[in-house]
Design a protein around this ligand. Structure first.
Ligand code: C2E
Ligand code: MG
Ligand code: MG
Ligand code: MG
Length: 289
């Protein structure tokens, strides 16, 4: 029987792989209900201006509080949502939640500060979601009805998307930027890093992947790579955001190198919306006084 299954390809899987697949199937079924059941929760991680120390941006990161399995990591369920086509509904929803928070953030800033600066929040867009097209056209009226200016929002895309020839990526990114939203290229350095595409696409921010930031203190190659990425980005008129900043020393090196924005556990972990608003109120009043 094992041989027969072998010919069909099934015995290929070890029991743990089989378990993993079963778990995925199980999660896929549950994911259909998760949004309606209120199990998906938007978290927000602060992004700090390296030179002023103020919280000026944030990134929306999705969480799934599964009733039996606890917190399911997005690296696990986002690919499932993509395969099932649920990413569109989930993506539209997190965009709206993010826009609402960006509006609330602007309100508290204008109350608390003599010189109010709005905060910008970024939303991750997965390739499948982007490929469906028309995202900008669908989202603009929703922003308008919320009364949230588009320049409060940034979309985060990955390098893989830029290499795709299946859809009009150049045109869609241009629409986002014409509408007033900004564009960040996420996980920079981990993908194909065909730097030539930076000329073809209009990008406002490069996010240096945390794998480079990790060993910035000890690995001289990583430091050289980060210095080169930042120098190149600046020549192209792009601002830099470092991901995964966990120590004071990493922060100091990134400041020396001239990286404009910092994100990581050294400052704060991703947190629910209300906690985030409390955090920025506390942090930013500390730094302006
Ligand atoms: P990403 O967009 O690169 O997000 C950054 C990840 O780094 C987040 O993981 C964040 O929690 C983590 N992180 C931040 N600071 C640190 C640090 O100092 N140390 C370490 N070790 N990690 C840090 P998270 O939240 O698990 O998200 C993983 C990925 O899932 C994201 O990577 C993104 O690709 C995807 N994702 C999350 N939310 C969404 C969403 O709403 N839509 C889509 N399409 N993808 C999402
Ligand atoms: Mg991201
Ligand atoms: Mg990233
Ligand atoms: Mg990532």
């Amino acid at each position: 029987a094992a041989k027969e299954r072998g010919r069909n390809g099934f015995s290929f899987f070890t029991s743990t792989m089989q378990e993993e697949m079963q778990q995925r199937l199980h999660l896929a079924t549950d994911l259909r209900e998760a949004l309606a059941a209120g199990q998906l929760i938007p978290y927000f991680q602060p992004i700090i201006d390296t030179f002023s120390g103020q919280v000026v941006k944030a990134e929306a990161l999705l969480r799934w509080k599964h009733p039996e399995h606890g917190m399911v990591p997005p690296d696990l369920f986002i690919p499932i949502a993509e395969e099932m086509g649920l990413i569109h509904e989930i993506g539209d929803w997190i965009f709206l939640e993010t826009a609402k928070l960006a509006g609330q953030w602007a309100d508290i800033r204008s109350q608390n500060s003599a010189r109010p600066i709005h905060g910008q929040i970024s939303v991750n867009i997965s390739p499948r979601q982007f490929m469906r097209g028309n995202l900008c056209d669908q989202w603009m009226p929703r922003l308008q009805s919320l009364g949230v200016p588009p320049h409060y929002l940034v979309i985060e895309i990955t390098e893989g998307l830029l290499l795709s020839e299946q859809s009009d990526v150049v045109g869609e990114l241009a629409r986002f930027r014409e509408a007033g939203m900004q564009v960040a290229l996420d996980d920079f350095g981990t993908g194909y890093s065909a730097m030539a595409y930076l000329k073809r696409f209009s990008i406002d921010y490069l996010k240096i992947d945390r794998s480079f930031v990790n060993e910035l203190e000890t690995d001289t190659n990583d430091r050289a790579i980060v210095e080169a990425i930042v120098a190149m980005g600046h020549k192209l008129g792009v601002k830099m955001i470092a991901e995964g900043v966990e120590t004071q020393r990493q922060r100091d090196i990134l400041q020396e190198i001239g990286c404009e924005y910092l994100q990581g556990y050294f400052y704060a972990r991703p947190m629910p919306a209300k906690e985030f608003l409390d955090y920025v109120s506390a942090m930013n009043s500390e730094h302006t006084n």
